[in-house]
Design a protein around this ligand. Structure first.
Ligand code: CTP
Length: 443
């Protein structure tokens, strides 16, 4: 019996795939198809798949051309599979000509003609693209308009139609409404004091919204925006790029599955040293203060792991400009029934920007800057049991965030986005900071 193996992503199965599979099958008696896992595709830079691994496997199985479907999870697996399954022929389409010649040491390698004129990329691209307008200030320190535009170019299905929507140029309400008519969605990275109005107008025009956190500065506004989004069937997604990175998602899952025992404390630090003391009043008014710039990000692992029902909190802050509530340094301590948490954030102080999750059996350590990490460790009393985890991270996570947003808009639902309760809890922390609840001021 001649055994043949082939591999691919097989997203949105098309006749090019079917031709390839029939040709592969005709080379022997038994065909194994390796389907790339979602993680492996991410490592290969394929972040645009429309179908999950399970959907892609199910489609291939339903075709009944392959005798066996397996999952390809890591670089180098092909050699392992060829040995494991006793493969005689390895085959792929001619777009890979020469690339897999190194497998000739293990079996015969055949490049089959590729079907012209069709590919998953083309099919994804042929779906109407979501037109996005970017709303922000050109001199925004928080997320540059250019960075978002560049990262969006890695994502299929999205088109930036207004890449420099400097809010100063569309300050008039009419201009903004005019802009909204040209787009399907907006990415809002303007100053947080503008978020509520801008999001509300977009949602009322039935436009989807991806907004840099915090979505709003109080709970009431947040709930109102959620209700408009729900009524108008719009996606309202909070933008915290770290939330969409593989390393962050995995460390949360590992902590939740008890790898370090009971979680007793979550401590997140995010600082940057900006020349804030030399800012003019105008600059202080228009720039993100520490609490808005850093706190949503630092709060994320706390609310993800311990939930949002804390018993009490204490906000300790140092204001350098009372009029604009511009804090240079803020620390928040949370008390939960069975655990504690803290964030330390600053735009005018420096500290180790790590994330540490303390557990009864060990701890998770994410080195600085933890919010851009592709790596973390689980550490135990006995260092020989320590484990290190590495994941792919491209574009600081922004492109994954944009990919999740695009998928949510296409599907009309938002499975992977930050939980609404977490966004609400973030808005409440902002509200308490500005309304001076639980706040202690450093001299
Ligand atoms: N293939 C083919 N003819 C096509 C498209 C793909 O023969 N028109 C083959 C590839 O050469 C590969 C297999 O199908 O052996 C799976 O390819 P995959 O990368 O999943 O499909 P593409 O359509 O090329 O996907 P993408 O556009 O995302 O790269």
């Amino acid at each position: 019996m001649t055994k043949v193996i082939t591999y691919g992503t097989f997203d949105l199965l098309h006749y090019g795939h079917i031709n390839l599979l029939n040709r592969a099958k005709a080379l022997g008696d038994y065909l194994i198809v390796g389907v790339t896992s979602d993680d492996y595709d991410k490592i290969r830079g394929k972040i645009n798949n429309r179908q999950s691994l399970m959907e892609r496997v199910a489609a291939l199985e339903a075709l009944k051309i392959a005798d066996e479907v397996i999952v390809e999870e890591y670089e180098g697996q092909k050699i392992d599979d060829i040995k494991k399954y006793g493969i005689d022929i390895f085959t792929v389409g001619s777009d890979w000509n020469g690339y897999f010649d190194y497998l000739k040491d293990y079996c015969k390698v055949v490049y089959l003609p590729r079907t012209q004129g069709v590919s998953s990329t083309d099919i994804r691209a042929s779906n109407a693209k979501i037109k996005v307008g970017i709303i922000g200030e050109a001199d925004n320190e928080h997320t540059s308009l250019q960075k978002f535009t560049k990262e969006a170019s890695y994502v299929n299905g999205i088109e930036i139609v207004c890449s420099n929507c400097d809010i100063d140029n569309i300050a008039k309400v009419d201009d903004y409404v005019d802009l909204l008519k040209k787009v399907d969605a907006v990415y809002i990275t303007s100053h947080p004091k503008n978020h509520y109005e801008q999001i509300k107008k977009a949602l009322l025009e039935k436009k989807h919204v991806l907004c840099e956190a915090p979505i709003s500065l109080n709970e009431k506004d947040f709930l109102e925006l959620v209700s408009i989004a729900t009524n108008n069937k719009c996606i309202l997604m909070e933008g915290i790029k770290t939330a969409y990175t593989t390393a962050y998602k995995r460390l949360i899952l590992l902590a939740k599955t008890g790898k370090i025992g009971d979680i007793l404390s979550v401590d997140a630090t995010c600082t940057s040293l900006k020349d804030v003391h030399n800012y003019t009043k105008e600059q202080l008014k228009n720039n993100w203060n520490t609490i808005t710039e850093w706190a949503p990000l630092a709060l994320l692992p706390i609310f993800d792991l311990l939930g949002v029902n804390y018993l009490s909190k204490r906000i300790t802050t140092k204001l350098i400009d009372k009029e604009n509530s511009f804090d240079s340094f803020t620390k928040i301590d949370f008390l939960y029934k069975d655990s504690t948490a803290s964030i330390k954030v600053a735009k005018c102080a420096k500290s180790e920007g790590s994330l540490i999750i303390t557990g009864s059996n060990g701890y998770i350590y994410v080195p600085a800057p933890w919010w851009k990490t592709d790596y973390f460790e689980i550490r135990y009393e006995n260092p020989t049991e320590n484990k290190r985890f590495f994941y792919q991270l491209d574009g600081e996570g922004i492109r994954y965030e944009i990919a999740v947003f695009t998928k949510a808009v296409e599907l009309g639902k938002s499975n992977d986005v930050i939980d609404e309760n977490i966004s609400k809890a973030i808005a409440l922390v902002m509200q308490d900071f500005y309304s001076k609840k639980d706040v202690y001021y450093l001299e």
